[in-house]
Design a protein around this ligand. Sequence first.
Ligand code: NAP
Length: 334
Amino acid sequence: MTDTFKAFLVSETDGRFEPSIVDRTLDDLPPGDVVINVEYSSLNYKDALSASGNKGVTRNYPHTPGIDAAGSVESSIDPRLQPGDPVIVMGYDLGMNTAGGFAGKIRVPSDWVIRRPKSLSAEDAMVFGTAGFTAAMCVDTLLQVGIAPEQGPVLVTGATGGVGIVAVWLLRNMGFDVVASTGKSDQEALLKAVGATSVISREALLENAARPMNKPQWAAVVDTVGGAVLSNVIKSVQYGGSVACCGLVGGNDINTSVFPFILRGVNLLGVDSVELPLDVKQDIWNMIGKQWMFPDFATFKADTTRQITLPQLPEAIAQVLKGQHLGRYVVKVD
Ligand SMILES: NC(=O)c1ccc[n+]([C@@H]2O[C@H](COP(=O)([O-])OP(=O)(O)OC[C@H]3O[C@@H](n4cnc5c(N)ncnc54)[C@H](OP(=O)(O)O)[C@@H]3O)[C@@H](O)[C@H]2O)c1
């Protein structure tokens, strides 16, 4: 008898996209060198788009979303990976047009497989997931251009979201003065508990949008929002400061003049976690598992992470699409 496993499957009927929990077998998975037993996945903004029929993310249905997976190797054609090895898979095509981590098993190319640091359980790896990894990438990108705490405050936009909340926590633990911007006026206490020195409204970042430049405020910015917020924030970056740009929840256009770049030497730094070469992904995960696993991680996890199961995904996805959720959803798969 063939082993079955549970999967969250989104089907398309007459332009409507309906989820269900189904039994699958390995025959339902795409070809690949490595079969992985998925213990935990996580819910990211891109998963919510895939699960709701966004053809820019997923072309063909039925489809199992889940751009993140953490678990262990079940079998591998590639001798570098052995049964039982703890692993993470994130990005590349996982969960987009390759059946993803919202299932008991995935089958992927070995070139997508990251060795999970021993210090990270599958669950804790997914507290980070792609969102937390991207926050880490944004912070690393800013550190690489020389941002340091004494230079002034760092702004994090979309701060109650997955990327934003991890960025706030990481930066605070590195000694930065973190200003968190949010559309949720009632979440100031959460953001301060996680590490924000102060909290400002999303609307405050849209003030004076008609001006070519604004008062310099930010030594650096982690922007998860894009659109009008990013367009205006660039004008408030201090001389020589940098913006790590990774998201588009607020829009994918930016409208700016060259002034911030040629009058203040502002750096706009793009961050992509998806197609990043595997060795760089591995280095960042090793950092997350070691020097960036700060002592208050357990408190951070308790404050910001909700564990859900596959049947609870539709409700969580609706929250993400409305921008109403807080922090991270970890998905217990097995
Ligand atoms: N480049 C990459 O490799 C990469 C990787 C991961 C994620 N991303 C992108 O980064 C962004 C954030 O991802 P995430 O996982 O953190 O998403 P998320 O958990 O859904 O959080 C997004 C946050 O943005 C804010 N927001 C929602 N709607 C908004 C709007 N219309 N205008 C302004 N702000 C809004 C909300 O926070 P507040 O209420 O606190 O403002 C929300 O919690 C997404 O666009 C995602 O696609 C990119």
